[in-house]
Design a protein around this ligand. Structure first.
Ligand code: NOJ
Ligand code: CA
Length: 686
């Protein structure tokens, strides 16, 4: 405590600076609100050491009084929870929700009506804090002042992608000293000098702008909200809550994966019992063919989405146990420059060579669903005008899932305002954030699930709206199709500890043909590299199904390429997409990652088998896996798919050893991963 100069005490309600703290249930994390120097601040300690030193809270507004300077804090209330809840689908069926909560009020020492509350929830795996701003009338936020001031920043390394960038979130990861971060998207992951890992993100992004982080002073990251087209960050009509600002903390990198902080901070399921219509599963699609230029989305000789082709894909799906077939390019609007022509897309009008009734009737007979596709190329208003008609058509045809797309760059999503004027927005501007939620909640009325590509980042809203079944929001496999610089081998070891902390990703794994000509339309602009195809061994393609979590997983390659390699294909056929539990076992950000998951009892899955995926970057390594995660006393047949001795992602990506071995939970398994390689294991309970 510090005594204030006499002049200030006469103004201040608090003669002393106040600290108000709350601890995590295991006491490892201490979160403190303070008003030192009459500024609204918070700080964080982990195991007795400061992680975040006093960091500002508050706002500035277009016209209303700012909220941060000459503010004092007082305690309002405390609470706690120790409960569990069940997910309809997920990495873990049961989630523990255990935290201590503290709500404080910060108020202006000159004007008690100028005030805001902040609620902090402190879990064993991190913190969330949320503002509540009471307001009589509209407010236009010009800045949210939240800071994250990391201690010893000169010793910290950050893993991050740009925020508010041209490619939305589709970037390769930067690994830089924390002090060199510029505007970063979240989640941003940080390894501190003492090895503690931290990830900063947000939860429950609703009717607000997405948060990027700008580095101001060395080590000080400051919220930078995506602006609206009018330059204001967020417009509110009255009192409001912000999304939760989250800080995950762990002793090591895998602790960040083994956390449910973001889900716990979201509101419970608002859709009720969804078991009859939200179905995790696997799918194939008329898709990769377009990316490697075998087919076109638009009409013409190479049109991929024909009735005949779809029926062929459906038959393949039925034969090999896939649930659905995604068909892109079925609707009019693709001809010409589809990225520029968002206003031309129809969501009900098929091309003449695609008979939606015929294909869905065929699918019904053989037990395969059509998976719908709505590419908007960022035309928000064009889509909204037709959205319900598009949903109705698909619902009438028995479709359960729709993949959507918003290919538009930077601040270029098109929204017509109340006066009919076209406005240009970011993927995570307030109105676009609201569009995505409108899309998902409207889809729910038609019992449809949505897999959004070029989506706003995930902030755990799948808990509230479980029909938001997956999204992309990162650089997916498509970048390795030949039209861009492929994802380097380190990409997945980065994704696992960054993007994947936010939620499921439709990465589209499983490319088996690694021999297609090295350049198919790759351009200088996109950055040509030596090998314009997935930089991978085939074993790594299998491991992706376990490492990259999504309740819907695509087998992305062409059917003929799977038929040509039936042995590794068996793993894709076996692996489930819905899990009883998951555990990240080993890894370092950008280097390698090992994750095990136990299948959930469901349909044809007994609920007894475990699966494991391991992926390494450009370095070959041998990992020792302690099988202690397996159920004690159970014998398993380990079906191991690992890089063969000759495996080399540049010259011999197909060399794979598929071996079977009896194991139990006492075994330690050594597996060698080739450079850019991996291993996938099914532990079949005997
Ligand atoms: C981008 C998506 O990520 C990709 O999967 C899709 O094929 C294209 N947009 C076309 O909609
Ligand atoms: Ca994309």
């Amino acid at each position: 405590m510090r005594y204030w100069p006499i002049l200030l005490t006469s103004l201040s309600l608090n003669a002393f600076a106040t600290d108000i703290s709350v601890y995590s249930p295991d006491k490892n994390i201490k979160f403190t609100f303070s008003d030192t120097d009459d500024l609204a601040k918070y700080s964080v300690e982990y195991k007795g050491e400061t992680v975040i030193s006093p960091s500002k809270l508050g706002f500035t507004f277009e016209t209303a009084k700012p909220m941060y300077r000459d503010f004092n804090v007082k305690e309002i209330s405390r609470d706690q929870q120790d409960t569990r809840w069940e997910q309809p689908w997920g990495e873990d069926r049961i989630v523990e929700n255990k935290y201590n909560e503290l709500t404080v009020q910060f108020s202006d020492i000159h004007d008690a009506s100028n005030k805001f509350n902040v609620t902090a929830r402190v879990y064993n795996d991190g913190i969330g804090f949320q503002y509540y701003v009471p307001s009589e009338g509209p407010r236009a936020i010009t800045r949210e002042l939240t800071e994250f001031t990391l201690v010893d920043s000169h010793k910290a390394t950050a893993y991050w992608i740009p925020g508010q960038g041209y490619e939305r979130y589709e970037y390769l990861y930067n690994e830089t000293p924390l002090q060199q971060v510029s505007k970063a998207n979240t989640p941003i992951t940080i390894k501190m000098g003492n090895g503690v890992h931290v990830a900063i993100h947000e939860a429950a992004l609703v009717d607000y702008a997405g948060m990027s982080l700008n580095r101001e002073k060395l080590g000080r990251l400051v919220a930078d909200l995506s602006p609206r087209s009018d330059g204001i960050k967020v417009r509110k009509s009255g009192s409001f809550k912000t999304p939760w600002r989250t800080i995950q903390i762990g002793d090591n990198a895998v602790d960040l994966i083994n956390s449910h902080l973001s889900l716990n901070l979201n509101e419970p399921n608002k859709l009720g019992d969804v078991s009859s219509w939200i179905n995790p599963g696997k799918y194939i699609g008329i898709w990769w063919g377009m990316h490697i230029q075998k087919y076109t989305w638009g009409s013409g000789e190479k049109h991929g989405a024909t009735t005949e082709n779809t029926i062929k894909y459906m038959d393949f799906a039925a034969k090999h146990g896939f649930d659905g077939v995604l068909v892109e390019g079925w609707n009019t609007g693709w001809d010409g420059d589809w990225i520029a022509n968002s206003e031309l897309f129809s969501f009900t009008q098929s091309y003449p060579d695609f008979d939606i009734k015929k294909v869905t009737e065929h699918g019904k007979k053989i037990g395969v669903k059509l998976i719908g596709h709505h590419e908007t190329s960022g035309g928000i208003s064009n889509y909204e005008a037709q959205m319900e008609a598009g949903f109705k058509l698909y619902q009438d045809m028995g479709v359960e899932q729709i993949k959507t797309g918003y290919v538009a760059h930077g601040q270029n999503l098109k929204r017509r305002d109340e006066n009919g004027i076209m406005r240009y927005e970011f993927t995570d501007s307030q109105d676009v954030v609201n569009h995505f939620i409108h899309n998902v909640t409207t889809a729910a009325k038609y019992q449809l699930s949505i897999n959004t590509h070029e989506s706003v980042k995930d902030t755990g809203l799948r808990r509230t709206y479980p029909n938001w079944i997956a999204r992309e929001s990162a650089r997916g496999q498509e970048y390795s199709a030949g039209w861009a610089a492929p994802n380097p081998p380190s990409h997945i070891p980065y994704l696992a500890f960054t993007r994947m902390l936010s939620g499921p990703m439709d990465f589209t794994p499983g490319i088996f043909d690694l021999d297609y000509p090295s350049i198919k339309g790759g351009t200088e602009e996109h950055g040509l590299t030596e090998i314009m195809r997935p930089q991978t061994t085939i074993a790594k393609q299998l491991a992706e199904y376990v490492v990259i979590y999504s309740p819907i997983q695509m087998a992305a390659d062409l059917p003929e390429n799977y038929e040509a390699k039936p042995e590794p294909f068996q793993f894709i056929k076996d692996v489930p997409t819905d899990w009883e539990k998951s555990v990240a076992l080993q890894g370092e950000v950008g280097d390698y990652v090992v994750i095990a998951r136990k299948e959930k009892k469901h349909r044809h899955y007994s609920g007894n088998d475990w699966y494991l995926g391991a992926i390494t970057n450009e370095d070959s390594r041998t990992i020792e896996i302690d099988l202690g995660f397996l159920d004690e006393g159970v014998q398993y047949e380990a079906q191991i798919y690992k890089d063969g001795n000759q495996a080399d992602w540049r010259t011999n990506p197909y060399d794979i050893d598929i071996i079977k071995q009896k194991v139990d939970s006492r075994v330690k398994l050594k597996v060698k991963l080739a450079a850019a390689g991996g291993a996938a294991i099914r532990f079949k309970a005997l």
